[in-house]
Structure formats: C-alpha cells, structure tokens
Write a protein that binds this ligand. Structure first.
Ligand SMILES: Nc1ncnc2c1ncn2[C@@H]1O[C@H](COP(=O)(O)OP(=O)(O)OP(=O)(O)O)[C@@H](O)[C@H]1O
Length: 265
C-alpha cells in the first residue's frame, strides 16, 4: 500500500556541505505492516518520514500510496492519508485550544476543512468515549486548554489525534524519546493499542533498540541513506539488541554509531 522506488535526497548538492540523506531507497509496505526503524546518526530516518509525509520532495524516485503516485503532492494535501506524531510533545497539538477543539481540528483535517465549527453534543460524546479508551482521565477534561497538559498527556492526545481518523499511514518520529521512562511505557502501550485497534500501517523511528525489536512485525535498519537490513516478523522474533549491533557491523564493516541509541532497557 506504500511504495518507495529509488528515492534519492541530497541536501546542499555540489557544495562542501553536501549531504546524501537518502540513496536509492526502495521499500514496499503491506496493509497493516508495523515497521520499526533504527539507524546510525544521520542515517536518513527523519528524511525518509519527511519524504513519505510530503514535507520534502525527493530529487529522484517515486512515492505511491494505494497505487497512486503522490511524490510531489504537498504535505497539506497528504494529511488526509497520513497521521504523524513527532518527538516534541508540543508539536502535534494547538496549546491555546481545548482538548475537544484539538480533536475537532484533527477531524476537520480529514474532511478538507480547517476546523469543524462548534462541537455538538453527539460529537462531544464521541470524543469523550475516544479519550476514555486511552484511560488517562482526559475524558473529564474536554474543556482544558492543551497547553496545560503534561508532556505525556499531550503526547497521548497527539497520538489519538493522529490515529482516530484512521489514516492510511501512521508516522511516528521518536515519539517517546522526550518522555521519562514511565511515560515512555505509557505512550508505547497506547501506541500498540491504537495501531492494533485501527489496523494502521505504521512506520516508527525509535532509538530504543529493544523497543524496535518488541514492537511491530518488521524492522528496518538504516545507515548512510540506505535501508541495510529488513527483518520480517519471523527474523525479528528471535532478534536481540546484540544481534542487531553485530548485524550492523557485519553488513557495514564498522561500529554502530548513534549517540542517542538506547541499547537495552
Ligand atoms: N533540512 C536539512 N538541511 C540540510 N541537511 C539535512 C537536512 N535534513 C537532514 N539533513 C542531513 O541529511 C542527513 C540525514 O539526516 P536525518 O535527519 O534524516 O537523519 P536521522 O537518521 O533522522 O538522524 P538522527 O538519528 O541523528 O536524528 C544528515 O546528514 C543530516 O545532516
């Protein structure tokens, strides 16, 4: 359902600062695939998500969603099909709007309207039910401004906003990295539940190697703008963090280098 063919992305081409962020990336995801993505420093993980989301356009290659080419369709027009949660809990929500207004905004995005005017009783009930499903008490705070929520609560809301409209693809960009361990676990559990509930095709970048092994049915390892290792469900089942590091060394002939990687929990 998602296909990338021969994607190349170069920054500052032809200058001394030239960076080859993606070099001939090919990938095909099936409906419902949940892929975790790990990689060395500057491997191209965020660039890959930006190309899929339409934040960046590739210099070469093509992106297709549901067999429709979307390579140069801008981010705003793709937002109907794509849900995204960023590392920064402040990034996915509007702080001066209430929880219910933020949910209305997320709904409006999929309906090609900037915002649905007002929130009627029926919709309020739906939002309450939705918030109850993640079980952190937000259902009683529909009129609370989002700027007053904690980082974990905000990230949980961002995740809900990115998923309840059932996007075709969910992109998670180190979305637990800025949280403390207890909140990381909470958000990881909510992620698992929401992906399963809506059967979402998901790409999740993480620097926690054990999380990358535990979650999902497929794992990509990236280095220097390429996917160098693609483990399917069966291969992934027996993997350890040590195996991944060794695999990297075997394939690339160098040490795995990511100063933010968490190698074990
Ligand atoms: N907007 C940009 N302008 C210039 N160079 C960029 C830009 N975005 C990314 N790069 C460069 O492209 C390469 C890939 O970056 P990217 O952020 O995709 O890597 P990453 O795997 O997400 O890295 P990290 O794990 O360190 O966050 C890096 O060399 C980076 O410096």
């Amino acid at each position: 359902m998602l296909q990338l063919n021969q994607i190349e992305k170069v920054f500052y081409e032809g200058t001394p600062d030239e960076r080859k962020a993606l070099q001939g990336v090919d990938l095909t995801l099936k409906e419902g695939d949940f892929v975790t993505v790990i990689g060395s420093n500057g491997a191209g993980k965020s660039t890959l998500l930006n190309i899929i989301a339409g934040v960046l356009f590739p210099d070469f290659g093509a992106v297709s969603i549901d067999n429709k080419e979307v390579t140069f369709i801008p981010e705003q027009k793709r937002s109907k099909w794509i849900g995204r949660v960023f590392q920064d809990p402040m990034a996915g929500t509007a702080p001066n709007m209430t929880i219910e207004e933020n949910l209305g905004l997320a709904l409006g995005r999929t309906k090609n309207r900037s915002i649905l005017r007002g929130v009627n009783a029926k919709r309020r009930e739906e939002f309450q039910e939705l918030l109850s499903s993640i079980d952190i008490g937000l259902e009683d705070r529909l009129n609370t401004k989002v700027g007053l929520l904690s980082g974990g609560e905000r990230q949980a809301l961002s995740l809900l906003m990115a998923t309840f409209t059932k996007p075709r693809i969910l992109l998670l960009d180190e979305h637990t990295a800025a949280l403390d361990p207890a909140r990381q676990e909470l958000i990881t559990n909510i992620t698992k539940e929401l992906v399963k509930k809506h059967q979402l095709t998901t790409l999740m970048v993480t620097h926690q190697m054990d999380q990358a092994i535990e979650l999902g049915n497929r794992l990509f390892m990236m280095d220097e703008g390429q996917i160098i290792f693609d483990a399917d469900e069966e291969q992934k089942a027996g993997l350890t963090v040590e195996d991944l590091i060794q695999e990297f060394q075997k394939i690339r002939g160098k040490k795995f280098d990511n100063d933010r990687a968490v190698l074990s929990s």
